[in-house]
Design a protein around this ligand. Structure first.
Ligand SMILES: NC(=O)c1ccc[n+]([C@@H]2O[C@H](COP(=O)([O-])OP(=O)(O)OC[C@H]3O[C@@H](n4cnc5c(N)ncnc54)[C@H](O)[C@@H]3O)[C@@H](O)[C@H]2O)c1
Length: 260
């Protein structure tokens, strides 16, 4: 199969939803074999079924909780067992807890759960994924952070924001450590998206409008627009790009005042 990811094997976490599902679709259409990982079996299987309809034998589903070390080890092993190698690791799974707020109201339970999935999950993906990429002779790691890791907001989600800040710091350091092993490590920083995660968090029109006023483009981003950015970072098109905070956000992090 031809395409920008021909002959590559890509593992995508959070593959049952928004960005992860769109990325699996796009990567598959560019020739990659897909290891779709999610904690939600039903939605993960749906993603794989869509790909398998077009190209049988090119995608598998692996159920894993990215906060669980054994699960992460098993998902990487499944990639190598099924397709012989791993070239692209997209640590994308994440949560936004509705009980996440400021430091006084956020419970330790919410804090720990958010850090476990959003930050420890990325660490565990790299812990087991990096040796697989080394065995493959190199590759690309993409870690999903967020624009909130780059700016402060008056509507707080301290656990989420701190977890994404940690993803940026982890990404930067891993990029340096592995730069001479032909492994590139970049963070993807999406702006506010029209996916299940944010739309259920901003659950009234008023809350959505409150966020939209800050976005120069005046609209939420689409998961498919993040998938295109991930494709760039995954493919050899970004061969000289490592350690970046790749911002895809409709201009929100550049805005001081937005247009009327
Ligand atoms: N939606 C936004 O506005 C936005 C903005 C910036 C960053 N992000 C980040 O993008 C990533 C994807 O978000 P999305 O908008 O596609 O969300 P989504 O909720 O649509 O999809 C997330 C997927 O991750 C899976 N998941 C959750 N916990 C998991 C776990 N412990 N192990 C494995 N899988 C798990 C879910 O089942 C779901 O399929 C997240 O890291 C999120 O923080 C989203």
């Amino acid at each position: 199969m031809s395409g920008r990811l021909a002959e590559k094997v890509a593992l995508v976490t959070g593959a049952g939803g928004g960005i992860g599902r769109e990325t699996c679709r796009l990567f598959a259409s560019e020739g990659a074999r897909i290891v779709a990982v999610d904690v939600n079996e039903e939605s993960g299987h749906e993603t794989v079924a869509e790909i398998e309809t077009d190209d049988p034998g090119t995608a598998i589903f692996v159920r894993a909780d990215v906060a669980d070390s054994d699960d992460c080890q098993a998902m990487v092993a499944a990639a190598e067992e099924s397709f012989g190698r791993l070239d692209v690791l997209f640590n994308n799974a994440g949560i936004m807890d509705s009980a996440d707020g400021d430091s006084t109201e956020t419970s330790l339970e919410t804090w720990n759960r958010t850090i476990a999935i959003n930050l420890t999950g990325v660490f565990l993906g790299c812990k087991f994924g990096v040796p697989a990429l080394q065995r493959a002779g190199g590759g690309s790691i993409i870690n999903t952070a967020s624009f909130v890791a780059l700016m402060g907001a008056a509507t707080p989600q301290v656990a989420y924001t701190a977890s994404k800040g940690g993803v940026l710091a982890l990404t930067r350091e891993l990029a340096i450590i592995h730069a001479r092993q032909n492994i590139r490590v970049n963070a993807l920083c999406p702006g506010p998206l029209k996916t299940e995660m944010l739309m259920s968090f901003l659950d009234t029109d008023q809350k959505k409008q409150r966020r939209l006023v800050h976005i120069p483009m005046g609209r939420f981003g689409e998961a498919s627009e993040m998938a295109k950015a991930a494709l760039y970072l995954a493919s050899d098109d970004s061969s000289y790009v490592t350690g970046t905070e790749f911002v895809v956000d409709g201009g929100i992090t550049s805005a001081y005042v937005t247009p009327e």
